[in-house]
Design a binder for this molecule. Structure first.
Ligand SMILES: Nc1ncnc2c1ncn2[C@@H]1O[C@H](COP(=O)(O)OP(=O)(O)O)[C@@H](O)[C@H]1O
Ligand SMILES: [Mg+2]
Length: 594
């Protein structure tokens, strides 16, 4: 292996003179008085390599010896990843004393001594390739597939397969190829985090709704299994609360959270909060199907950069088992800042706001690892990725937001105005969008799942919100009395959709998550109301009437589906509408199926 000597140190950027070949992103270890510090090659110039050190470089001197490893930054994949909390380099934070890892120590990401009951899914003589399922073990309640290592090339025959209680480093199978090479396979495999795992045959465009239970997302700006979304918003607007709501309620099999906290205590809060959360979908603990990757504030920027890749690699690993994985990163701006710091230390030609010139490409590459895939056995899996972005000063034109906008398909803009008005979640309905609404596959899917004209109804609701805002602007300029009554009416229709669909109480047991069938019902109901014709006596009458309607509708949001309360509110609503409009909603009653 190539050796080297340190020739310069600038904070975490170290220059090494090397005696042989080194590769971009290769890992090396720098010896500091017997402690070995892990670092990654980020630039090579002739016989010097610039490396970023993942730990504090305190005491590091010119002349220290360096050993190159021949491989990129890798993590361990195998059963036992769920329920863990790792740092960006996959050190198990629970195995460390306190939250700080002593310099130069690395902790096993898996549990080498923990036995798993291995059930084979292939038999001797079967032909297999990288990513194929050899067997499975129970990891919490997930069927964790043990796969042919992703790095293995070509076709192999199973020459031996075991079953029963085995630990992660014991061979579960032996494979042989046409050249007569033989290879044992254990439940642990390693994979370089900056390379996407490609163990699939096809990547169809995603089209299946990923239900989150959040109405402003599912109904108006849907996310799909294998899709991408991002949440930009100023500090304190609810990015973290929104991501947590998604992690609790989304119809995903697994949740991977990468937390690069904006505030110092945020990471500690996650640590304290998550283990206690109940999983509303299984009645068990949410943590059983969650892995948290988190950065502590004392970690150098390089480790922060690694964490998003570690999260993505774990997500891809479980996707190859045919699972639906939701990967959340909070906040990706922290990651971009890490890239900026290293780029500046390397004295690279800076791009806008001193971010690296290739920031857009880095972000796009990362987002493109999410996706919906078909495996060799015909099953499908997905990685859905949602990142938050914290634009400095709330400026959505800054480079990280702009670059992310190009990469992500759904955009959830959190607005300061809505947060100030306590209209939570503060997603701006008009600035936000989901490109999936334009995918013919998605339109067809929703048409089958809900009703043929579903996406047309969504467009109608969005139009009403827009018209409502325009009317509001006119009323503000011209005054209540000087605009036609229709302006007031359309304004209140918009308010009704805002209060009843967009606003949702993340902290109420019922309202926190709305099943899709109920979201469908509410949209049908609200649109049916907007189609009724009333004759108003004045603008005050419109406001008063809609306030009463909104009040009943909001109570419905808090009532358990199909409960007597729910039915009572519905009856009251119907009666109110009949009295005022003289029309009966019953003929076209959308609630017949509730
Ligand atoms: N959906 C919500 N419902 C109620 N309160 C909310 C909601 N979202 C945010 N908040 C309030 O706003 C505060 C800040 O939210 P947070 O997610 O930490 O902001 P950010 O991550 O954007 O800085 C929360 O502590 C909470 O009081
Ligand atoms: Mg936050």
């Amino acid at each position: 292996m190539t050796q080297g000597k340190v020739s310069g140190v600038v904070a975490n950027l170290v220059t090494v003179e090397v005696d042989g070949p080194v590769a971009q992103n290769e890992i090396c270890y720098i010896d500091v008085g017997g402690v070995s510090l892990m670092a990654e090659v980020i630039r090579i110039l002739g016989s010097s390599a610039h490396v970023q050190v993942f730990e504090s470089t305190r005491g590091l001197k010119v002349g220290s010896s360096v050993e190159f490893s021949g491989h990129m930054l890798e993590i361990d994949l195998g059963p036992g990843i769920l329920s863990r909390k790792y740092d960006g380099l996959q050190n198990d934070l629970e195995k460390m004393s306190g939250i700080f890892l002593a310099r130069g120590t690395r902790v096993d990401a898996l549990d080498a001594d923990r036995p798993f009951d291995f059930r084979p899914l292939v038999k001797s003589g079967d032909e297999v390739q990288a990513g194929d399922w050899l067997g499975e073990v129970k990891e919490n309640w997930i069927d964790h597939k043990i796969m042919v290592p992703f790095a293995l090339e070509g076709s192999w025959a199973v020459s031996e397969i075991r079953s029963g209680s085995l630990c992660v480093d014991e061979p579960v199978a032996t494979l042989r190829n046409a050249r007569g090479e033989s290879r044992p396979v254990t439940m642990r495999q390693k994979w370089p985090i900056k390379k996407a795992i490609q163990a699939f045959t096809e990547r169809p465009r995603p089209y299946r709704l990923l239900e989150t239970g959040i109405r402003v997302i599912d109904t108006l700006n849907p996310l799909v299994e294998g899709g991408t979304g991002f949440i930009p918003g100023p500090f304190g607007c609810g990015k973290t609360v929104l991501q947590h709501a998604m992690s609790k309620n989304a119809h995903a099999d697994l949740i991977i959270i990468t937390a690069c906290g904006e505030r110092a205590n945020e990471v500690v809060e996650i640590f304290k909060e998550f283990p206690h959360l109940d999983d509303p979908r299984t009645g068990r603990k949410l943590m059983e199907r969650t892995t948290i990757i988190c950065n502590t504030s004392n970690m150098p920027v390089a480790a922060r950069e690694a964490s998003v890749y570690t999260g993505m690699t774990i997500a891809e690993y479980y996707r190859a088992m045919g699972l639906r994985v939701l990967l959340l990163a909070d906040s990706t701006s922290r990651w971009a800042q890490a890239l900026r710091e290293m780029s500046n230390r390397l004295e690279e030609l800076p791009g806008p706001d001193a971010f690296p010139m290739d920031l857009s490409a880095i972000i796009s590459n990362f987002y493109s690892r999410a996706g919906y895939v078909r495996l060799r056995n015909g099953q499908t899996g997905s990685v859905t990725f949602v990142g938050t972005v914290s634009p400095a000063g709330g400026n959505l034109k800054e480079p990280v937001t702009e670059s992310t906008r190009k990469a992500a398909r759904a955009f959830y803009a959190l607005s300061q105005g809505r947060a100030d008005a306590r209209r939570y979640p503060a997603i701006d309905p008009l600035d936000s969008y989901s490109k999936y609404l334009e995918y013919p596959e998605f339109v067809e899917y929703m048409g089958q799942e809900l009703r043929p004209d579903w996406t047309a109804m969504v467009t109608e609701a969005r139009d009403i919100l827009r018209q409502g805002q325009d009317a509001y602007a006119q009323i503000n300029i011209l005054g209540d009395d000087s605009v036609p009554l229709e302006y007031h009416e359309v304004y209140w229709k918009g308010e009704m959709i805002d209060f009843v669909i967009l606003q949702q109480d993340a902290f109420d047991a019922v309202d926190a998550s709305t099943p899709l069938s109920r979201q469908k019902f509410m949209l049908e109901l609200l649109l049916a109301i907007t189609r009724l014709r009333f004759s108003w006596s004045g603008f005050e009458a419109i406001g008063n009437y809609y306030k009463k309607l909104i009040n009943i509708l909001k109570q419905m949001n808090y009532a358990v589906t199909d409960s007597p309360e729910f039915a009572t509110y519905l009856d009251r609503l119907r009666q109110m509408l009949r009295e005022e409009s003289g029309q009966d909603l019953a003929a076209d009653w959308p609630g017949a199926n509730v």
